[in-house]
Write a protein that binds this ligand. Structure first.
Ligand code: SAH
Ligand code: SF4
Length: 361
């Protein structure tokens, strides 16, 4: 059987090459990304023949939701199945931020962040990461990336006009699938689509320096996050074998060349593991390393899972690490353990599902 093309794989400009007249493409985008339809049949303002033709050629349901887990803090984790049976995860994170009415009174407003996957599995093979354990299966297409957000918005009745932030921090290494990720960034940003501007999208990378340079040259206006996790090459190499190919200095150099939005900073993620990298000496080296970079540091609690040798750090050590940095002028936050009770570090839901399946057999 001939595979149908995934309509979410295409930018509006690309679709306009096949679908005439061009205003039809805008209508189709509205149906898909504002009204969250699941079939071409529902696109009532298109001529019937056009709907039939589109249906013969394209699918608009490349992902199927197979599991949803709710966390006490309101976060929701999704497991999606792709057409070839592989599965990927995405998480809706709810954060509350203060907002004010025009008369000055305070109103609270939910802020949505969606954490999305870019690959099935990952080639990078970090020692602490559950996604790495399953190896690498394949890249996601742009449409498979975009669809994760569309399904989550649909499932949570999130209006097309509501602000959503995106972080490419799910499964996979986004810069190892750069062409598809770069295209997804553009499709997300389309004003007739989800209109998620690149400055509300953050790509997190394990530090493929040459690809950071390449991404910088594309000048997409996107935010950058570096998964640093260690301040010297020997330790980083143990935790992240990719450090052999791209050492810390090469990453710092690449970051220095990266076009950062004037009002933004590069985020350095530091996964804190008990007795591995939670010492003040590391904090001290981190300050030296980030000298001269408009940086912010995000400390992440290591989230343990069955079979790992690593341990969650103690709160007092996290706080001491953070205080050391902030007292010396380095912006530093501790990542709230959002959705910890649903094992929100990506890769963990999928692993659970695979385990359940194998038990059932
Ligand atoms: N491959 C990219 C993006 C996906 S990983 C990258 O590495 O940056 C996203 C984040 O999840 C990384 O910062 C990684 O360190 C973190 N992570 C992986 N395993 C984790 C665990 N067990 N507990 C907490 N965070 C974890
Ligand atoms: Fe891949 Fe990121 Fe996991 Fe490392 S932490 S194995 S780069 S997904």
């Amino acid at each position: 059987m001939q595979e149908k093309k995934i309509i979410q794989d295409y930018t509006k400009e690309e679709l306009a090459d096949f679908i005439k007249p061009a205003f039809r493409v805008k209508q189709i985008y509205t149906w898909i990304y504002h009204k969250y339809v699941e079939s071409f049949e529902e696109m009532k303002n298109l001529p019937k023949e056009m709907r039939e033709q589109l249906d013969a050629e394209y699918t608009l349901t490349p992902l199927k939701t197979v599991m949803v887990q709710n966390s006490k803090d309101g976060s929701r984790k999704y497991l999606f199945e792709l057409h070839d049976g592989h599965t990927v995860e995405a998480v809706l994170l709810l954060m509350r931020e203060k907002e004010y009415h025009e008369d000055g009174s305070l109103k609270h407003h939910e802020r949505y962040t969606v954490c999305i996957s870019s690959q099935v599995g990952c080639k990078v093979g970090c020692a602490f990461c559950l996604t790495a354990k399953g190896g690498f299966m394949r890249d996601l297409t742009p449409g498979e990336i975009v669809e994760q957000v569309r399904l989550i918005k649909r499932d949570n009745d999130i209006d097309a006009n509501r602000r959503v932030n995106l972080v490419y921090m799910g499964m996979g290494e986004p810069l190892d699938n750069l062409p598809a990720v770069a295209k997804a960034v553009k499709i997300f940003a389309d004003p007739d689509g989800m209109a998620i501007s690149p400055n509300r999208q953050t790509i997190s990378t394990s530090g493929l320096s040459s690809k950071i340079e390449k991404l910088g040259k594309m000048d997409l206006g996107i935010n950058l996050a570096i998964s640093l996790h260690a301040v010297d090459d020997a330790l980083r190499q143990q935790l992240m074998p990719i450090n052999k190919a791209y050492n810390i200095k090469s990453i710092i150099d690449a970051v220095k060349n990266f076009p950062v939005n004037a009002r933004k900073r590069v985020m350095f993620e530091y996964l804190v593991i008990k007795d591995v990298n939670d010492d003040i000496e590391s904090a001290k080296k981190l300050i030296a390393l980030l000298e001269g970079i408009k940086a912010k540091v995000n400390l992440i609690y290591f989230n343990p899972y069955g079979g790992t040798e690593f341990k969650r750090p103690e709160e007092k050590d996290m706080v001491a690490f953070q205080e050391y940095l902030t007292k010396r002028g380095l912006l530093c936050t501790i990542r709230e353990s959002k959705g910890l009770d649903i094992s929100a570090a990506c890769g963990q839901l999928r692993e659970q599902e695979l385990e359940n399946n194998s038990k059932g057999e």
